[in-house]
Design a protein around this ligand. Structure first.
Ligand code: SF4
Length: 298
């Protein structure tokens, strides 16, 4: 582990090679104790698209897994920006624009921590908004049941073993064939934009927007993703909760999170969660360096 002088005395595990954490003398303390206190760390992450220098505000006390979802997603977005920059340098500009929601007819997978976060977000909305969203979700599930897909998605959400991509592929295709809009889509805009899953944030394309009318048949060119945050959070959750790695289909995320509410309320120290998250992220990034035939950056 590479630590600099003056580092915090937090009980941290090893930060993997390829990442570096250095604490700053900045501690945010909330005297009302309504939000966790935070300690700020500078972080360096080596990715196949370049080196990311950023800051992480790590909760200093005991927190549930949902506490680290926003900052893990932000790391993912910052890493994706490096990929976007690299694509632009090679003449491939992102063609996604506000108001285009062609990809919001695909099946979105959520990690359990994101499902817990989504339920938290929905339940704090004003009653009218919350009820409208819940109605859309119920309508989507009825539509899926009518086409014989609800049971298949429930089997995915509740599987006690990891589901192979080859098993998921026909389910993804059958779902996309319906072209059913995501239950969170309103007037072709995401109604939960700030809380949308990592998988939604990670789909950017550089091919002409009209090709997204058929994401399966057309030669759609996505921006490469070095590390999928849903995978990071899914593996992290599996390891700390002792459960099987799983991804929950978005239309079932609220049901799944409510059924497992007690598990979602468990707490760990923020530093422990961050260390495990960074370790998982770095393992995935290492594989990605290898897959692209690139040596990891020194
Ligand atoms: S959550 Fe939002 S961005 Fe994601 S598929 Fe649904 S509407 Fe689209």
């Amino acid at each position: 582990m590479r630590r600099s002088a003056g580092e915090s005395n937090r009980e941290a595990g090893d930060v993997p090679a390829g990442m570096q954490l250095t604490n700053r003398p900045v501690v945010f303390y909330d005297a009302s104790m309504t939000v966790p206190s935070l300690e700020r760390f500078d972080i360096v992450v080596n990715t196949p698209a370049g080196r990311l220098n950023t800051v992480l505000d790590v909760p200093t006390g005991f927190v549930p897994i949902t506490s680290i979802v926003p900052l893990t997603r932000r790391l993912g977005e910052e890493i994706l920006k490096l990929e976007e920059h690299r694509s632009r340098e090679t003449g491939h500009t992102v063609s996604c624009r506000m108001g285009c929601a062609a990809c919001c007819r695909m099946l979105v997978p959520l990690s359990p921590p994101e499902a817990f976060s989504l339920v938290e977000y929905i339940e704090q909305l004003p009653t009218e908004r919350r009820e409208a969203i819940e109605r859309n979700v119920t309508h989507t599930k009825a539509e899926l049941a009518e086409h014989g897909l609800l049971d298949r998605l429930q089997a995915v959400a509740n599987a006690e073993r990891p589901i192979a991509d080859e098993e998921l592929e026909p389910i993804n295709r059958a779902y996309y064939a319906l072209r059913h809009p995501c239950p969170f889509l309103e007037n072709e805009m995401c109604s939960i934009y700030e809380a949308r899953p990592a998988a939604c944030r990670e789909l950017l394309v550089t091919s002409p927007a009209e090709l997204c009318d058929n994401m399966v048949e057309n030669p759609v060119k996505p921006v490469p993703v070095s590390v999928r945050i849903g995978t990071v959070l899914g593996l992290l959750w599996a390891s700390i909760s002792g459960s099987s790695p799983r991804l929950v289909p978005l239309p079932l995320a609220l049901d799944w999170a409510r059924q497992h509410r007690k598990a979602g309320m468990q707490q760990w120290t923020g530093s422990h969660l961050i260390d495990r998250m960074l370790d998982t992220m770095w393992r995935i990034l290492s594989h990605e360096f290898e897959r692209r035939g690139q040596p990891p950056m020194p």
